[in-house]
Design a binder for this molecule. Structure first.
Ligand SMILES: [Zn+2]
Length: 127
């Protein structure tokens, strides 16, 4: 069983009104697993115009399919559209990642300094 991605969550949420069958077709999952996933996340999958759960449509029409595919959300948070083309992320996620990279750099520098001073201490202790 493939784990669900944030992007899929966003798609299920946004297109919940199309129902589990259409979502299953769009995501390549079974209608049952879409239904379980949706209920677990409190998403109601009532198809517009359906009566007593009778399904009205089998899948997405080409226009809807395009909308799902074009729905390019930030893969990190799946909440905002991709705003930074280079990283393929939204701005907040991009900035968070950048901040992490800076912190990582500082940590590496700190570790390097630490090593150097330890080496010097050892050298001094020997001489
Ligand atoms: Zn994001």
């Amino acid at each position: 069983m493939n784990p669900w991605t944030g992007r899929e969550y966003a798609i299920v949420k946004e297109y919940a009104h199309l129902g589990r069958h259409a979502l299953a077709a769009a995501l390549g999952r079974s209608p049952a697993s879409v239904a379980v996933f949706a209920s677990r996340h409190g998403i109601s999958l009532r198809v517009d115009g359906s009566k007593k759960g009778k399904r009205m449509r089998k899948g997405l029409d080409p226009r809807e399919k395009k909308a799902v595919e074009a729905n390019r959300l930030c893969p990190e948070c799946a909440r905002r559209p991709v705003e930074d083309r280079k990283s393929g992320l939204c701005h907040p996620c991009y900035q968070t990642r950048l901040a992490d990279a800076h912190r990582d750099f500082l940590e590496r520098e700190e570790a390097e300094k630490n090593l150097q001073s330890a080496r010097q201490e050892k050298h001094r202790a020997r001489s």
